[in-house]
Ligand binder design. Structure first.
Ligand code: ATP
Length: 352
C-alpha cells in the first residue's frame, strides 16, 4: 500500500546540513497498523511528515497504492493528499470553531456540498463518540475528546491512509487506551491503513501489527510485533522492550547464578510465543532426560491476544543430559538463553 524507497531528508540550518533521514526503505501493507518507534531526534516526525509530502524529501520515492506521490504536483497532489488523514500530538484544532466546525473544515476545503457535509459530520461525530459535544469548543474538551475530534477530522474525506504523529503522547493512560481502541476499531470498520510514530513501546504492543525501529535516521530493525518482542536484535529495540517487559533478572535468580556449580547444573531463560505456552514441556523434559527443573521465575504477557512468556529454570543433574534437554527445547521452537554461560550482559542478554 505504501512503499518508501531510499528516502533521504536533509535540512539546511544556520549551522550547516542536518541529515534527518538517511535512506529509509519501508513497505506498509493495506489494512495494517504499522508502528515506527525511535528515541528523540531519530527522525520519526520527519519521516511521517514526508509520507504525505508535508515535508519535501531531498531524494527517494514514496508510492501510495502504486501512485508515485513524489512525482505529483499542484491539484493532482492536493487531491491525493485528501486521501491521507493525519492526527497530531497537540491535536491542531481550530479554537474558534466548535467540534462540528472542526470536523466540517476539511470537507469545506474539498468543496463537498453543504447537505452531504452535514450528514458526514454527524456520522463522524457518532463514530468517535462525540455526538453530544457537537457545539462545544476545543477549550471545553478533555485531551482525549480533542483527539477524537482530530480523528474525526482526519477521516472526513474517507482516507485510505491515516498518519498518526505521536497522537497519544499528551494523553493520560486512560485516554491513551481509549484512543488506541478507537484507532483499532476504525481500522476494522473503514479498512484503513494506519502508520503511527511513537516513542512508547506500550503503544506498539497494544495496537500495531508490525513495527520498525528508527535510530539516527535509519531503520535498524523491522518485523511483526510479536517476533520483535520475542527476539529483539538491536540493543535499542531491547531497551524499548524493557520498558514494557521486564528482562532483568531478579535478585533471587542472580543469587542462584552466583552459587550454582556449573558442573552439575545450568540456569536457562526460555521465551515462548503463542500455543507453545500451553504445552507441558517442562514435565516432559524432566521425564525424558531424568533431570531436575526448578522454576526460578515465570511471567506470561499478552501481545494482541498472543501469549508471550518468559521462564527462568534451574536445571540440575547429568550435564550431558542437561545439554540434550536444552537442544530439545530449541527443537521445540523455544528461544533458550543459557544464563550460566559467561556473557558480558546477562541482564538484558539477547535471546538465542
Ligand atoms: N525543520 C528542521 N530544521 C532543521 N533540522 C530539523 C528540522 N526538523 C527536524 N530537524 C532535525 O532532524 C532530526 C530528526 O528530527 P525529528 O523531529 O524528525 O525526530 P523525532 O524522532 O521526531 O524526534 P522527537 O521525538 O523529539 O520529536 C533532528 O536532528 C532534528 O534536530
Amino acid at each position: 500500500m505504501v512503499v518508501i524507497k531510499n528516502l533521504v531528508k536533509e535540512y539546511n540550518t544556520g549551522h550547516g546540513k542536518v541529515t534527518a533521514l538517511k535512506g529509509i526503505n519501508l513497505r506498509v501493507r493495506e489494512g495494517e497498523i504499522f508502528g515506527i518507534i525511535g528515541p528523540s531526534g531519530a527522525g520519526k516526525s520527519t519521516l511521517i511528515r514526508t509520507i504525505n509530502l508535508l515535508e519535501k524529501p531531498t531524494s527517494g520515492e514514496i508510492y501510495i497504492n502504486g501512485v508515485r506521490l513524489t512525482s505529483l504536483k499542484g491539484k493532482t497532489l492536493r487531491k491525493k493528499r485528501q486521501k491521507i488523514g493525519m492526527i497530531f500530538q497537540h491535536f491542531n484544532l481550530l479554537n474558534s470553531r466548535t467540534v462540528r466546525g472542526n470536523i466540517s473544515f476539511p470537507l469545506e476545503i474539498a468543496g463537498v456540498p453543504a447537505v452531504e457535509r452535514e450528514e458526514r459530520v454527524e456520522r463522524l461525530m457518532e463514530l468517535v463518540g462525540l455526538g453530544d459535544r457537537a457545539d462545544h469548543y476545543p477549550s471545553q474538551l478533555s485531551g482525549g475528546q480533542k483527539q477524537r475530534v482530530g480523528i474525526a477530522r482526519a477521516l472526513a474525506n474517507n482516507p485510505d491512509l491515516l498518519l498518526s504523529d505521536e497522537a497519544t503522547s499528551s494523553l493520560d493512560p486512560e485516554s491513551t487506551e481509549s484512543i488506541l481502541n478507537l484507532l483499532s476499531r476504525i481500522r476494522e470498520e473503514m479498512n484503513l491503513t494506519i502508520i503511527l510514530i511513537t516513542h512508547e513501546m506500550e503503544v506498539i504492543k497494544q495496537i500495531c501489527d508490525r513495527v520498525a525501529v528508527i535510530e539516527g535516521g535509519k531503520i535498524i530493525e523491522e518485523g511483526k510485533v510479536i517476533d520483535v518482542f520475542a527476539s529483539p536484535q538491536a540493543p535499542l529495540t531491547r531497551r524499548f522492550i524493557k520498558s514494557v517487559i521486564n528482562f532483568d533478572l531478579s535478585p533471587r535468580v542472580l543469587e542462584h547464578l552466583d552459587v550454582i556449580d556449573k558442573k552439575e547444573g545450568k540456569i536457562i531463560r526460555l521465551s515462548f510465543v503463542g500455543e507453545k505456552t500451553h504445552k507441558p514441556l517442562i514435565s516432559s523434559l524432566v521425564r525424558k532426560y531424568k533431570i531436575d527443573a526448578n522454576i526460578l521465575y515465570g511471567n506470561v504477557d499478552d501481545i494482541k491476544g498472543v501469549p508471550f512468556g518468559t521462564l527462568v529454570l534451574k536445571l540440575e543433574g547429568d550435564i550431558t543430559q542437561i545439554d540434550r534437554a536444552i537442544k530439545f527445547l530449541r527443537q521445540q521452537g523455544l528461544k533458550v538463553e543459557v544464563l550460566t554461560d559467561d556473557r558480558p550482559d546477562r541482564a538484558v542478554g539477547q535471546v538465542q
